[in-house]
Write a protein that binds this ligand. Sequence first.
Ligand code: NAD
Length: 395
Amino acid sequence: MAKIKMKNPIVEMDGDEMTRVIWKDIKKELLEPYIDLNLDYYDLSIENRNNTYDEVTIDSAKAVARHHIGVKCATITANEDRVKEFNLNKIYPSPNATIRAYLDGVMFREPIIFDCLDILIPTWKEPIAIARHSFGDIYVSKALNVKKGDELTVSINGEDKYSYKPDYDAIFLTQYNKVKSIEDFAHVSFKYAISKNMNLIFSTKDTVVLGYDSVFKEIFNETYKEYKDEFEKRGLNYHYYLIDNAIAQIMKSKGNILWALKNYDGDVMSDMISAVYGSLSLMESSIIGNGTYLYEAAHGTVTDHYRRYQKGEIPSTNSVALIFTWASGIEKRGQLDGNKELEDFGVKLKKSVRDTIESGFITGDLISSYNKSEYVKVNYLEFIEKVKEFLDKLI
Ligand code: NAD
């Protein structure tokens, strides 16, 4: 069988620990036999980030901006313990934060749902995905201490706009956002909702944070005018809700909602959504900017399984989100290049993962939510082998 050709590259960002091990096996078993892979490779392992003084991270983000599509393996975010473990020069920032800031995109989190797996909220029959604005707000904030009797003045070009003179010790916080970034956030959210045939909810607290959250709301409502016809044609709807009301609406819904949120709200709510759908290993994550697509799994490097792997065990680590990462990157590369064969391969790879789980071959983390009586617990290698068997049947 002739291998599928790839005209333009996908940027590959390799990672750490258990996910690095699985990443390599996914490539070897599920991709290389079928595709003439064209990859622009960056090694984001903690050792290589340290050796390159973290330049490899920013280089990989630039490559995504150049080639438009990237796939990222999970990476260690350094802390004091990791500095000792790997003898690092210093605590480097989270690669995800560096890449996110460079691409200035929107972060999407979407559950991978299987009928044979129970979820915490049984009425959520279809996915609830999060679109998290990935720029600004409290993540760029500066905190100031203001002592009793101090006078703090905010001015623009020397013209005083706001003055604060408390008769108590106080704390003060500044934060900002870019109007262009909010506009891009709105466009990317509407486009994602259309591409997935999902309804869209955007929510903030504009009644309290007047002149800030209300700008987000106005931009979303204004941007909707450009997508209204397409939404109506597809029977989709868009709503702006105050965030408290949005929570009530979403709890009562059946799903099929893309919930667009500001940076902090998205950070918090995406963990709640992941918890409802059961396992971090069944969550896709992507950063989508203006013309750039970066896919990854929502989970980390699964250090606890890696420790057992180092001792010779083959752990039952779930590779679903990692396989979906590759499949989404390949599918999107095919779409952008007009390469139907490549696009179809991505779709078939996802289908073969579904067939594997529906047929009862599951990893340890899924056992408690599996609602069929017959299943076989497999290790991560056996899972990939099973996916390959189903993939071969589809091709
Ligand atoms: P983790 O997601 O690796 O693991 C959290 C828990 O969930 C563990 O008990 C683990 O066994 C389980 N788990 C996660 N994914 C699983 C899978 N695919 N199959 C089976 N079980 C799974 O998070 P952590 O333990 O907090 O962090 C480990 C490392 O990963 C840290 O160094 C952290 O910095 C890094 N991290 C990276 C990313 C990323 O690159 N996107 C995200 C989160 C954490």
